[in-house]
Design a protein around this ligand. Structure first.
Ligand SMILES: C[S@@+](CC[C@H](N)C(=O)[O-])C[C@H]1O[C@@H](n2cnc3c(N)ncnc32)[C@H](O)[C@@H]1O
Ligand code: SF4
Ligand code: SF4
Length: 395
């Protein structure tokens, strides 16, 4: 176990390099325990472990921000994708100058210097980028936690090379059974994704299946969990968001709050049947045992407040989804403004972080079982965000 510890105005962020979990700990909590037990004693009792663990400190540049730097950055290193999935929001490539490998490395250096813990390569298909391996190795050499989101539409040689690279975390998209997946994604893509997950199962790389929940996949939840159980992975069920290139998916395939309720009920039951499979989803309010554990999470209606997304062109948004709501959430361009200035000074970012989610604030589940709805799920005014997939009124 290796815990990275970052000093903050409110206390510390603890980031576990094995599980990828992070916790916000207040100064008071830490000081009391530290004086009693010392740092190792404090960490052992915090994580409830008896074996020895390693730790290292990160000291971000002095600042007075609520959170000195993002916990993780989702980074788009590829402009291309080898698929045209029916649900995908990915944009048409811009005809502007994009990032070269040297510039990507300068950015990664800056992210490491300011104390970011994790880089997740996502967006389009990262493995389709000619500098994929070079960038991955650079991220690892900087001591950052490396995660990769992929469709795994590649051959055996590529699969072996990724395993040799040994990223910390890999998320592979699987949308239903073979017939459904191939009809949404690409003929033959299901087999490749499953083969890659099988190959990963003999390694220590943390892995997960990502499934987009829509009317196309909602009746395949049980199938996916059984598959995850066989392959030894977690599953994250992400609700389909009708944004971006959404016109490729017909409206009758969209989720409704009724179908989201049905999906969460089924997922709750499946947790009993498959206790070894970790199932993640949204609006997870039916399961008595699920507790949203981040003790101090800035009362945010959305995890984007502690993370960030940087597009292939260097545009910074609080999350990937938000770039499809027009430029109102564009916080700046990391190549023009510098990442650090955007994080510290962007008015757009601050106004996003200040958005209040009235319905959630009144909800008993808020920050206990559910971190709230998604801004991009709100079709109404951003002053009164209500995610239309929240089914609390149906309970
Ligand atoms: C944009 S992809 C990038 C990585 C890779 N190309 C893949 O498909 O896994 C990241 C995840 O977002 C999901 N996704 C794409 N469009 C979406 C949408 N409109 N709503 C919700 N999730 C979506 C994808 O299925 C995938 O699991
Ligand atoms: S979901 Fe992933 S694989 Fe599919 S088109 Fe979008 S970026 Fe490409
Ligand atoms: S009101 Fe907000 S916190 Fe409560 S269940 Fe709905 S989205 Fe979650």
């Amino acid at each position: 176990m290796h815990i990275r510890i970052r000093k903050e105005k409110f206390g510390y962020v603890l980031f576990d390099r094995e599980t990828r979990e992070h916790y916000f700990v207040s100064t008071q909590q830490t000081i009391e325990s530290l004086s009693e037990k010392g740092i190792i004693g404090f960490l052992k009792s915090y994580y409830k472990v008896s074996e020895d663990l390693e730790y290292s400190f990160i000291f971000p540049p002095t600042n007075n921000l609520d959170l000195s730097a993002p916990v993780g950055i989702y980074l788009e290193i590829s402009e291309r994708c080898n698929m045209e999935c029916r649900h995908c929001y990915k944009p048409t490539p811009k005809k502007v100058k994009a990032l070269g490998t040297r510039v990507k490395k300068l950015l990664l250096n800056e992210l490491a210097c300011v104390g970011v813990f994790e880089i997740r390569l996502c967006g389009n298909e990262p493995t389709a980028s000619p500098d994929f391996f070079e960038i991955c190795q650079f991220i690892k050499d900087l001591g950052l936690y490396l995660g990769v989101n992929t469709n795994a539409y590649f051959d055996y040689t590529m699969s072996r090379k990724i395993i040799q690279l040994n990223p910390n975390f890999v998320a592979v998209s699987i949308d239903g059974n073979e017939t459904t997946h191939d009809s949404i994604r690409r003929m033959g893509s299901y087999k490749k994704a499953v083969n890659f997950l099988e190959a990963l199962s003999s390694t220590k790389i943390k892995r997960r299946i990502n499934t987009v929940l829509s009317q196309l996949t909602i009746d395949k939840i049980g199938y996916t969990v059984q598959l995850a159980n066989d392959l030894g992975t977690d599953v994250s069920f992400l609700p389909f968001r009708p944004i971006g290139r959404e016109s490729s998916m017909k409206m009758d395939k969209y989720l409704t709050k009724e179908s989201m309720y049905k999906a969460v009920s089924e997922i709750t039951e499946l947790r009993e049947k498959y206790p070894n499979v970790r199932l993640l989803t949204y609006f997870d309010i039916l399961d008595q045992k699920v507790i949203y554990h981040h003790s101090m999470d800035f009362n945010s209606p959305c995890p984007a407040r502690k993370n960030g997304f940087i597009s292939y062109y260097g545009d910074f948004f609080p999350c990937d989804f938000l770039r499809y709501l027009g430029d109102k959430f564009l916080c700046g361009n990391v190549y023009k403004n510098g990442f650090w200035r955007i994080w510290a000074e962007s008015r757009v970012l601050k106004s996003f972080q200040a958005i209040e989610h009235q319905k959630c604030k009144e909800c008993n589940f808020y920050m206990k079982k559910c971190y709230g709805g998604c801004v991009c799920g709100s079709k109404t005014s951003l002053d009164s965000i209500e995610d239309e997939l929240c089914f609390i009124n149906l309970l």
